[in-house]
Design a protein. Sequence first.
Length: 281
Amino acid sequence: MKDGAMIDEWYPVGLFSQLSEKASKTYLMGEAIAVARDHDGNAWVVTDNGRSLPVRVRYGHVWSSLGKPNKELFAIPEADQPGRRFVDVGVVRVRCSPLRAVENFLDIAHFPFVHTDILGAEPHTEVENYKVEIREGVDEVWATQVKFYQPQAAKSASGGITTEYMYRVPAPTCSVLYKTCPPRPGEWDVITLFVQPLAEDVCDVWPWMALFDDDTPMTDLIHFQQMIFLQDRSILENQIPTLLPLDPGMEIPTRADLTSVAYRRWLKRHNYTYGAQLVAQ
């Protein structure tokens, strides 16, 4: 079932740098589509029956939609900031709801247990109080003043630091993370999660980064981020139920889950239910 509200959203469907004139076959919300470059180097997207779909090329990715988006692709101002390195991390296929993938990205409580000695470590397991809001003016979920001790906050980090985070959800299957930049304490590193819903229970995850890091080899930056997400994949693929529950009584949140609670409430408000479970089964 394709969700009526989510069908009009923008979704990543491939890395622009990897496209050629030979069409790449993939899926979007259960529909088979083809992605390719035309002779002039511009990207175009069509379904298998030849229907042209809307296209945007931004943040190193090609974006498309099965519907008719009524708004432009969300802005990430840091993508235009001089001096940043832009990292196309690649893709990881995960057998889980695309909404589950985003919610996991918003969760910091799992850091010491899943990303041990990298993004977290015992006994530093407590999640300090932080702020969460749905910003009505831009219609986005934001979590701010998130702080957590991390043994290696980034590939560029030389030791453990208390890292500050901000999370932003500008679209149902996308999240933007701003975190302490070790080489430039006055700036934020930007790490995004762009999720392509292949079906309600399987997705392609496309991380992308905009960093201030002039020293780390690009291969190391990519491998570090892929390692982090591959650690998450085994957790995601074993969550029950597979789809993300939107009924508040189906899973009991803790104080650390404020961002998840706001995200689920925001999804429900907009009827973003592709990949969601609405009632207990």
